[in-house]
Design a protein around this ligand. Structure first.
Ligand code: ATP
Ligand code: MG
Length: 269
């Protein structure tokens, strides 16, 4: 199933992955968080990465967007090795990536409207202020927010869930080819969680987006995933399509799915 991601530049077609992670190792100080991660994200698909808290899921996403550099190994995004490419190339790659941060990070000094408009004002200087406004209001509405009510509020005047949705509006406003969702539904009620999941599916269907979703929410995972991957002790120990993953015989995955404290996954703390 693996493709050769060793070339600096690769031309991907429909059959090839848009993102390939090859032998990724990441060490912080003396802590080896990622040992040897190998994973591909086929074009137009949604892949959910599951794993224990502190296992390194956000670390993987930060490598895809080039915010972190590997200790060893590489990440190739749309033919560009983001682990070694120039800042200029990385900027080009990032134009095509929407990133929903785990904490829904917003610029505190800007209101919600300006936060969501930020990527357009950075990269789409051809757009008029009226076009920017239309787009921002549309994106806020799409994520289930009352656009008129929240636009002029400061990020700290929103609830955590509302901030998350505003972060999502900002992540998708450039209509990126790739969207990285770091815990898009955590802290949200089940109805809003479903709305976000439906939005992930809609973006995949209508815009052909390739999505990477990190979540602890099993119900939402199986609703949106084409593929699921389980990160455990620094490696992907299971990768399968939705149905296969759900019916796995892997005892680690069975324990994860059942949320049981009893099984091969032991906690030492
Ligand atoms: N910049 C950093 N410097 C040092 N250690 C870091 C850094 N970023 C992450 N870590 C460590 O790497 C480990 C994995 O962190 P990461 O945030 O990737 O986990 P996660 O799987 O996303 O967890 P969660 O489900 O709780 O969000 C943690 O032990 C964390 O302390
Ligand atoms: Mg995380």
């Amino acid at each position: 199933m693996f493709i050769d991601a060793t070339k600096e530049k690769m031309v991907f077609d429909e059959k090839h992955p848009l993102i390939a992670i090859k032998h990724l190792q990441k060490v912080f100080g003396t802590k080896e968080v990622l040992k040897d991660v190998n994973l591909i994200f086929p074009k137009g698909s949604t892949t959910v990465i599951l794993g224990l808290s502190g296992g390194g899921k956000s670390t993987i996403i930060k490598h895809i967007v080039g915010l972190m550099k590997p200790t060893k190994g590489k990440v190739v995004v749309d033919g560009v090795n983001v682990s070694t490419c120039s800042e200029l190339d990385l900027r080009e790659v990032r134009k095509n990536i929407g990133y929903l941060f785990q904490d829904g990070a917003m610029f505190d000094s800007m209101n919600i409207f300006d936060n969501v408009a930020f990527p357009l004002r950075e990269h789409r200087k051809d757009m008029s202020e009226k076009e920017v406004e239309e787009k921002v209001m549309k994106m806020l509405t799409m994520t289930g927010l009352d656009a008129k009510r929240v636009a002029l509020l400061a990020p700290n005047e929103l609830s955590g869930g509302m901030r998350k949705r505003a972060g999502l509006a900002r992540a998708i406003i450039m209509e990126p080819k790739i969207i990285l969702y770091d815990e898009p539904t955590s802290g949200l009620d089940p109805i809003t969680s479903d709305l976000i999941t439906q939005l992930i599916l809609k973006l995949q269907k209508e815009l052909g987006v390739t999505s990477v979703v990190i979540t602890h929410d099993m119900k939402e995972s199986f609703k949106c995933a084409d593929y699921l991957a389980f990160l455990f002790e620094g490696e992907i120990i299971e990768w399968a399509d939705n149905e296969t993953f759900n019916n796995t015989k892997n005892p680690h995955v069975i324990q994860l799915l059942s949320g049981s404290g009893v099984g091969p996954i032991q906690f030492n703390e």
